[in-house]
Design a protein. Structure first.
Length: 317
């Protein structure tokens, strides 16, 4: 169900103009960062007390200075200055870096980003998205690793690139939520691959959050059972709402229910496009009229929520 720019988009592709629409739907605070689209307010960072031990809590997330939003803002600066200004607001926010088959030499790719982030005193967030049978043969299936052995080699290259620095990894969007589309043997293989990935990435020093779908997909008890099979005990926590539109409040409630069933594990939420919540008919493929959600922050006011992040690029299919 996740879309990547290099993949075939679903029926109505969101392009740069749609990103600008998202920008119009979110306000800016006095410091120029996006204010929450749902009308809530950010907590005072000095008042936050969290028992979390994840390196993500309190960290500044790395921002790519050459992001698609930055390039589009530069391209529009003369011809469409108002849209360029909106795009600047998006470009100013840190967004996760997706890695998969399109990343080429993934070890060098992630090592370069980790090094750049360290020099800036920030922490990069990566999304590992390359597991075999990705998207159950749907829109985003093409390009993923075709075998378990291939994936094991690939994730080892990822871990080698991360080693020696600080990083955060969101592990395989949809892989746990969609696991039931696979036959029993395929399910066992997938869970074994996720457990292996968690162990390797943690050994490399990364904070690891296993993707756990969203608040309207798999029931909390079922998701907790799946996460246990996927290695949640060794992970820092789980990720919610990646590339989806469910409100932050709904995901917090769901996350708390899941957390209570997995020994209090913490979670992160993708707020890149949930400022107005989902459509009334719960469209997930590029619905119109959506808005940016809370700006990325690792100060959330909830001791179970390690961060609100823009995991998926706003406006991207």
């Amino acid at each position: 169900m996740i879309r990547h720019v290099t993949r075939r988009a679903c029926s109505r592709t969101v392009r740069h103009a749609a990103i600008a629409v998202l920008g119009l739907s979110a306000g800016c605070d006095a410091q120029g960062s996006f204010a929450p689209g749902d009308g809530s307010t950010y907590p005072d960072e000095g008042d936050i007390v969290s028992s979390a031990v994840s390196l993500l809590v309190g960290a500044r997330v790395w921002r790519n200075p050459d992001s698609p939003a930055r390039r589009q803002a530069d391209a529009w600066r003369s011809s469409r200055p108002s849209d360029a200004s909106l795009m600047e607001g998006i470009a100013a926010q840190p967004v996760a870096q997706w890695i998969g088959g399109w990343s080429g030499d993934v070890r060098s790719h992630v090592r370069n980003i980790v090094s750049r982030a360290a020099n800036e005193g920030t922490v990069p967030v990566f999304v590992a998205y390359n597991i075999p049978h990705r998207d159950c043969g749907g829109y985003s299936a093409s390009g993923a690793q075709s075998t378990a052995a291939g994936y094991r080699n690939w994730i080892r290259d990822v871990a080698a690139g991360l080693s020696g620095g600080q990083s955060v990894v969101v592990l395989e969007p949809d892989a746990v939520a969609q696991v039931t589309c696979l036959p029993a043997q395929g399910q066992e293989e997938r869970m074994a691959l996720l457990r292996d990935a968690v162990e390797l990435l943690k050994a490399a020093g990364a904070a690891v959050y296993i993707d756990a779908g969203n608040a309207r997909w798999v029931g909390a008890a079922d998701m907790a059972a799946r996460l246990k099979r996927a290695g949640i005990a060794q992970a820092d926590g789980f990720a919610l709402n990646v590339s989806n539109f469910i409100t932050t409040a709904a995901n917090v409630a769901y996350g708390e229910a899941v957390s209570a069933r997995v020994s209090g594990k913490h979670f992160i939420i993708d707020t890149s496009r949930n400022g107005l919540g989902p459509t009334t008919d719960n469209q997930w493929c590029n619905p119109s009229g959506r808005a940016l959600g809370n700006g990325p922050t690792s100060y959330t006011g909830n001791t179970l929520v390690d961060a609100l992040l823009w995991i998926k690029r706003p406006g991207e299919s």
